[in-house]
Ligand binder design. Structure first.
Ligand SMILES: Nc1ncnc2c1ncn2[C@@H]1O[C@H](COP(=O)(O)OP(=O)(O)OP(=O)(O)O)[C@@H](O)[C@H]1O
Ligand SMILES: [Mg+2]
Length: 232
């Protein structure tokens, strides 16, 4: 099976060389656990390797994302300028519709951007997609609707052969009974917890699932530094 770099050298080593190529990987975790930064590493390395990338940003304005990336030495702006990286600005359209709904007094149902349409409209020659965060689309769906939607998103992307990282916040993930994890090819869970020996809080990665990959059941400790994510 072909592999695509996660953008984090030490993580590639734990995954037989990287994420399985052309598949969908889910990253879940609590607030501030490092989910978006995982996505930034993946995008940056793919851009460096000349791949065509697409970021679907539902949670933060892209400018904030670029500032955070730059602070970690992952400058994505040149790749936006040379059109290697397309950014779908769902965040602005989502919040703008909410403002209009408030202003003109119509219902908030209209604020639901269709994530599936966005995914379908990603050009077929795209190599890498990052969706951060899909959780916002889970909140007003029934569990069945959500499962159908995530399965469809998964199959549309796999058919296009796109290596995808889907970020999902822990709350939406729990509300939807962790169903997203069954559809996807692999999943990473990021968490922070206290080390019982030192009493200090540490960041951990759990890899509960990675098909076709010999994964360790151990949790890996990592740090976020000015150079991004470093596994210890
Ligand atoms: N330059 C840096 N040096 C050290 N740590 C940093 C640096 N930049 C960011 N961080 C850490 O990364 C965390 C944010 O990571 P990230 O944005 O990936 O989290 P997230 O899981 O996406 O959070 P959310 O659920 O809010 O979107 C910050 O809370 C901070 O602790
Ligand atoms: Mg985030």
């Amino acid at each position: 099976m072909e592999r695509i770099s996660t953008g984090i050298i030490e993580l590639d080593a734990k995954l037989d060389g990287g994420y399985p190529e052309g598949k969908v990987i889910l990253v879940t975790g609590t607030p501030g656990a490092g989910k978006s930064i995982f996505g930034l590493h993946f995008l940056y390395k793919a851009c460096q390797d000349g791949k065509k990338c697409n970021l679907i940003a539902t949670e933060e304005p892209p400018d904030d994302i670029f500032i955070q990336a730059e602070m970690l030495g992952l400058n994505l702006r040149p790749y936006v300028d040379n059109k290697q990286l397309e950014v779908e600005r769902i965040f602005e359209s989502r919040t703008e519709t909410t403002k209009q709904a408030d202003q003109y007094g119509y219902g908030f149902e209209g604020t639901q951007e269709n994530i599936l349409d966005k995914v379908k409209s990603v050009p077929d020659d795209t190599d890498v997609v990052v969706i951060d965060n899909i959780g916002v689309f889970a909140l007003n769906l029934s569990v069945k609707e959500f499962r159908d939607q995530i399965d469809t998103i998964n199959s549309v992307l796999v058919k296009k052969g796109i290596s995808t990282l889907i970020v999902m916040d822990e709350t939406a993930y729990e509300i939807t009974h962790r169903l997203a994890e069954y559809s996807v090819y692999g999943s990473l869970r990021l968490m922070m917890k206290e080390n019982p020996y030192t009493g200090k809080r540490e960041r951990y990665i759990d890899i509960p699932k990675m098909r076709c990959t010999d994964i360790s059941l151990d949790l890996f400790v990592f740090d976020i530094t000015s150079e991004g994510i470093k596994l210890k």
